[in-house]
Design a protein around this ligand. Structure first.
Ligand SMILES: NC(=O)c1ccc[n+]([C@@H]2O[C@H](COP(=O)([O-])OP(=O)(O)OC[C@H]3O[C@@H](n4cnc5c(N)ncnc54)[C@H](O)[C@@H]3O)[C@@H](O)[C@H]2O)c1
Ligand SMILES: [Zn+2]
Length: 714
């Protein structure tokens, strides 16, 4: 292949990865692999400067604004940061700086999403994502739900500047990330690769209540347009914004030479593993603003700033076997069994391979030497196969043609995007033909997508409804923590119960006490343990509709969806009467419920299938509660303000501005800064001024603090 062709191919591939990464938040390759492609392109372009074009991915900040959000131009562009992986790269960077630079600021590189916050006269007026660096998406409504982003600045010690634009990182703390992934797993959905994808995916959601639920955090790390800010260095700037109530990273340090910088970086490699959020490197900045301004920017990066990325911890080991595990929905997941190896603090013996498409894509053979990586991810990943070390006897991986546990038949799913591309091809060609005809042009060539192949396989399912492996996994889920919470019914006991033919259906669990002697006859059971088990089973009958639904392991119907459904329909009969369409479209106040067609189809199909009907009948018969207790509402504060837009003005006695605005959001409302016809209420405190006049003239209802409290406690 000629250099020109290779360059074109790389650019095409990189753009495709950029789209997956920045727009869809579902990357298909690791960052390391991506960086390798970009490096190859960079060096080819360096060898062939005549082929360099300014639309090359090496020449611009990647990312594009997303459909459905308003696009906003940044007052000052938002750049990416040049990366380095080794000490000598940092030295090289420092060698190019003017000699006056004698102070660096180093702060942790939190692995989240860059955002710009604009405060005018102390009030948050705009939150925007980086987008392509020149233009981003207006995500103000989503940003307002993040608790560490003040809606107005704290001006008790320093008055606010006319304009304060801070740049910073929105991120998803480990705890939130883990809980979220557990929920996805429970719902049989694809898990999130890392906290950064989680954050990126969430910020582009249109439903602020979903965003509010996940508790993202924010931390300042840079500046945009400023008017009336006196800081002359990053250090001073951080101090100043902290006074206004904006969070900065407590681990920011200064150093006066690159050697000192490297010491800070080294020391932090240990600390970072103890933090409640993901840190993948350190960012080194020239501290003084005047020197930063003098240095300026390249097309993609500031010259006064560089990121040092810690190497993801990797290890090399041998892949012994591929095991196919059957999940509760029948999904078969390939898992690599490995020669035990120590990586990032733990001994690893297994790594996930996700699906057959990925196994084929990585060309995994049994007996291969593989490189494992534990980057931000908790579960180690097989990054690549070392082909040069492949033994002659190595066998290519094959997917099972039937369920490895029950022999049941298999159904295969393919990458949805590819299926769509293929199915829509003719229509796209036709559309282009019509468009061209109208403009009397030649239609552009829309290449026919390749047919589906094994590489596109995204999942494999055992279709046998009586598959014992599926039942075992379903039962473990049913009895598990957060679902029916049946203490003493772990996987081992479940296996024993199934083996002794004591439990063949979920209803059997609740009839176990009728077979006391058989239960007592199980190995390692004993009277005490059995009594505890019976008591736990009995107690679980009162968990209520939401938890019972979630415990059934219906695809896409996890704890969140179950709670929303239970709160809306109150009883199983209410839910049984609802049509699929009704379930997909009912509203909470004026808001979307968050259920949507996919969940609706799944729950409706289940409830009206013979299996589903049988499960419900059994649960009723044994006395499991299938109602939502009256007193119980959702974990969030409530939905009394759902779909309402509120403006707060004047001085309040009980709440700060930030507190009341948080309350509004917690109760499902929107806190806006200006009164218009669409404002639902104006909450007015002492000395309310022009906003009160405007509300009165527009006929917007005005609430006192007490009225407001009544509204949210109703
Ligand atoms: N896997 C894929 O398909 C794929 C595709 C595209 C990009 N990527 C990856 O994305 C990365 C490029 O993304 P990028 O342009 O956002 O660059 P980056 O993540 O390497 O670094 C720049 C970002 O760091 C953030 N940051 C965090 N803490 C900071 C601090 N204290 N000070 C300043 N900034 C801080 C800012 O948001 C800034 O935008 C590369 O590592 C690449 O591997 C992967
Ligand atoms: Zn099976």
């Amino acid at each position: 292949m000629s250099a020109a062709d290779r360059i074109e191919k790389l650019r095409h591939e990189i753009r495709e990865h950029d789209r997956r990464y920045y727009v869809d938040a579902t990357p298909s390759i690791s960052d390391r692999e991506y960086d390798r492609l970009l490096d190859e392109l960079k060096s080819l372009e360096a060898e062939h400067p005549e082929l360099l074009t300014n639309d090359s991915p090496t020449q611009r900040v990647a990312g594009t604004p997303i459909d459905g959000f308003e696009t906003v131009a940044h007052a000052r562009p938002m750049y990416s940061i040049d990366n380095s992986y080794a000490a000598d790269e940092l030295h090289k960077w420092a060698d190019r700086l003017p000699p006056e630079v004698d102070r660096f600021l180093i702060d942790p590189k939190i692995d989240g999403v860059a955002i710009s916050l604009r405060y005018e006269e102390g009030h948050l007026v705009l939150a925007a994502t980086r987008g392509d660096g020149q233009q981003g998406d207006d995500v103000t409504q989503n940003a307002r739900t993040i608790r560490s982003i003040p809606l107005s600045l704290d001006v008790s010690s320093t008055p606010p500047p006319a304009v304060l634009e801070v740049r910073g990182e929105v991120y998803c703390p480990w705890q939130v990330f883990q809980k979220w992934n557990e929920e996805l797993e429970e719902e049989g959905q694809q898990q999130l690769a890392n906290p950064r994808n989680a954050t990126a995916g969430l910020l582009k959601r249109h439903d602020t209540t979903i965003v509010a639920k996940r508790r993202l955090e924010f931390c300042v790390h840079g500046r945009g347009e400023l008017d009336g800010v006196t800081a002359t260095s990053v250090t001073e700037f951080y101090e100043q914004v902290a006074e206004w109530g904006l969070p900065t990273n407590p681990y920011a340090r200064t150093a006066s030479s690159i050697d000192e910088v490297l010491e800070v970086i080294d020391a932090f490699d240990t600390t970072r593993h103890t933090l409640p959020y993901a840190v993948d490197g350190m960012v080194v900045k020239v501290d003084q603003f005047d020197l930063q301004d003098e240095l300026g920017f390249t097309s993609r990066f500031p010259r006064w700033c560089i990121a040092y990325k810690y190497a993801a911890e990797q290890a090399t080991t041998k892949l012994l076997e591929i095991q196919w595990q059957v999940g509760k929905t029948g999904k078969l997941t390939p898992r690599a069994k490995l020669e035990p190896v120590f990586v990032a603090g733990t001994t690893v013996q297994h790594a996930t391979l996700h699906n057959m498409g990925e196994v084929l894509g990585k060309d995994v053979h049994i007996g291969d030497t593989v490189i494992l990586e534990k980057a931000g991810e908790i579960i180690p990943q097989v990054v690549e196969v070392v082909k040069s070390e492949r033994p002659k006897t190595a066998e290519p991986a094959v997917a099972p043609e039937c369920c490895p546990e029950c022999g049941g038949s298999i159904s295969i799913e393919y990458d949805k995007r590819r299926v769509h591309d293929i199915e829509s091809w003719e229509a796209r060609v036709e559309r282009e033909r019509k468009r061209a005809e109208k403009n009397s042009e030649e239609p552009a060539d829309i290449p026919k997508p390749d047919p589906l192949s094994g590489l596109d396989e995204s999942a494999r399912y055992c279709m046998n409804p009586e598959c014992p492996a599926q039942f075992r996994e379903r039962l473990a889920h049913f009895a598990g923590r957060g679902q029916m919470d049946i203490d003493g019914m772990g996987i081992k006991v479940i296996e024993q119960l199934m083996e002794a033919d004591l439990v063949k259906t979920i209803g059997d669990v609740f009839r176990l006490h009728e077979r006391r002697d058989d239960v007592l006859a199980l190995e390692r059971m004993g009277t005490r343990k059995a009594e505890n088990l019976f008591a736990a089973i009995d107690a679980s009958k009162q968990r209520g509709l939401a938890r019972t639904l979630a415990s059934l392991g219906i695809r896409h119907v996890g704890s969140t969806a179950s709670r929303i459904l239970a709160e809306h329909y109150r009883t199983i009969d209410g839910l049984l009467e609802a049509s699929e369409e009704e379930i997909a479209t009912f509203k909470i106040g004026e808001n979307e419920s968050g259920i949507g067609p996919e969940i609706a189809r799944s729950i409706h199909t289940f409830l009206h299938s013979s299996t589903g009907a049988a499960v419900i009948a059994e649960l009723r018969e044994v006395g499991v509660s299938l109602e939502m207790p009256e007193a119980e509402t959702s974990g969030s504060a409530g939905t009394s303000l759902a779909g309402k837009s509120l403006v707060v003005t004047g001085t309040l006695t009980k709440y700060s501005r930030k507190e009341i605005e948080e309350l509004i959001v917690q109760h499902g409302g929107k806190a806006s800064s200006s009164v218009s016809k669409s404002t639902s209420y104006l909450v007015a405190g002492e000395n309310a001024g022009s906003k009160l006049d405007k509300a009165n003239s527009l006929g917007v209802p005005v609430l006192s603090e007490a009225d407001f409290e009544k509204l949210i406690t109703e």
